[in-house]
Design a protein around this ligand. Structure first.
Ligand code: ATP
Ligand SMILES: O=c1ccn([C@@H]2O[C@H](COP(=O)(O)O)[C@@H](O)[C@H]2O)c(=O)[nH]1
Length: 231
């Protein structure tokens, strides 16, 4: 499986950056899932540090700002690697923007080989291209490694009829089709990511990163998640 981890959630209660205790909790949830015998790859977001479309980027050339956003995901990935290794899980970081003194470059076959060697693979720097998001990077990498499901670990416990953070009356869905997500313009993931998953018949699960055991529950077939797949 490929898990897209919210960057923004990694800051915990802080207004910016990383909360080491929370990163450690997330790492332990992933370790528990990995111990269930599942091959796990991760894509990490960067919203806790920098987004190319944020107010901090006003006045910057968009490609430059997006490069900064992609570098933010590298910081998050390395923090997660450190937390995973502290828990004894062998982990490899592969980056879409080459930085040989820091970590390995993305290479699909090597990533699959690492997974077969029981390592958790963390993909960072998104797709390596500006004007994309880490949701799209997650969909792309999931297709490349032939993942059976893409799980989005985010700040809400599923997909709602509207953003539940802004609209308390929003209704939660247990299941949706890709066509429904697109037709209702549900914004939990960007449309490029949804379209890529639909074209490749890759199901998506959306669940809360804050809920302990939610990841293991998805694996156990009792998901506290919204599942998006073709109808
Ligand atoms: N229809 C919807 N259902 C659920 N959440 C929605 C919906 N529309 C908007 N959202 C919002 O989308 C957010 C998740 O999107 P986003 O990818 O921007 O955040 P993220 O997972 O924290 O990623 P990042 O890694 O960029 O920090 C949720 O926290 C929620 O507030
Ligand atoms: O493929 C990609 C992925 C990301 N970016 C830039 O990084 C930030 C952080 O990613 P989030 O998905 O928002 O967490 C994003 O705002 C982009 O600026 C990118 O350019 N290309």
């Amino acid at each position: 499986m490929l898990i897209k981890l919210s960057g923004e959630a990694l800051m915990g209660d802080r207004g910016y950056g990383l909360d080491p205790d929370f990163v450690s909790e997330v790492a332990s949830e992933i370790r528990n899932a990995h111990q269930m015998g599942v091959q796990i790859a991760l894509v990490v977001g960067g919203g806790n540090i920098f987004r190319g479309v944020s107010s901090s980027a006003v006045g910057m050339q968009r490609s430059r700002a997006d490069q900064m956003g992609m570098l933010a995901t590298v910081i998050n990935g390395l923090a997660l690697q450190s937390a995973m290794e502290t828990l004894g899980v062998e982990t490899v970081v592969q980056t879409a923007l080459e930085m040989p003194k820091v970590t390995e470059a993305f290479q699909r076959d090597r990533a699959v080989a690492h997974l077969n060697e029981n390592r958790v693979v963390i993909f960072v720097a998104g797709t390596g291209n500006p004007f994309f998001t880490t949701d799209t990077a997650a969909a792309l990498r999931a297709c490349e490694i032939d993942a059976e499901i893409l799980l989005k670990a985010t700040k809400v416990d599923g997909v709602y009829s509207a953003d539940p953070v802004k609209d308390p009356a929003a209704q939660r869905y247990d299941r949706l089709t890709f066509t429904e997500v697109l037709a209702k313009d549900l914004k939990v993931m960007d449309l490029t990511a949804i379209t890529l998953c639909r074209e490749n018949a890759l199901p998506i699960g959306v669940f809360s990163i804050y809920e302990k055991g939610a990841l293991a529950a998805v694996l156990g077939g009792q998901p506290k998640a919204t599942i998006i797949e073709e109808g």
